[in-house]
Structures are given as structure tokens and as C-alpha cells.
Design a protein around this ligand. Sequence first.
Ligand code: ZN
Length: 124
Amino acid sequence: MTPQSDDIPTRKQEIPIVLILGHYAVTGLSKRGGELWGPCPIHNGGREKRDLHIDVRNNSFVCFSQVCCAHGNALDFVAAMEKCSVQEAALKVREWMAEESIATEGTSRGRGERSFSKSAGFNH
Ligand SMILES: [Zn+2]
């Protein structure tokens, strides 16, 4: 184990998966290094189950439940939650970003989030 910062990966074209977890208010995750384990909100796994594994550094997730098997990146997560296509998921995320930047306008933190939503970029 090497000490790693908790920096959110900011690769272009990619939404930080932790942002998505925040949007869905996913709780009960336990942190181990750059990884999060917890109940899977996609198939509504029980609180005591720890099927969902999120790799914060690679910005990916995988659910180890055999009834679910969801995996992918942040947009795949949204698509699985919303039961929509990845394309639609990207649109939804863009809407959330816009709403959040309006909600936090006027604060210095809001400026940071705005610049994020601009720099995040989307695949068209
Ligand atoms: Zn699952």
C-alpha cells in the first residue's frame, strides 16, 4: 500500500464517480485506500451487504452481486440507476451540473464547481 492522496481523477470526458454517489446520496460506504465498498443502490442490496466496489482512482465501479453485475464508469452507474442509455445518462449529469452551479452561484466554492462542469466535458 502506497500512500495516495484522495484527489478525484479529473480525466477529460469523465465525471468523477464520487460526484454521482453524492447525487444519489449513496451512504454506508466504507473507505479502504482509494476504494469504496458498500451496499449497491443499483440492485438495492441490503445494508449489510457490501457488493458494490468503487475504484475512486480509476473512476470505475463493479457490483459483485450475481443478481446485478453492474459495472463501468460514472455514466454507466447513472445509466444503471436510471435504467436509461449511457447517452441519456450523460445528458442527465449535465443537467445536474447546471443546476448545481446555479444553486451555488455567488460562493467561491460555486466558482470551483462551475469551472469543473465546464472542464469536465462530454462525449458528443
Ligand atoms: Zn448491484
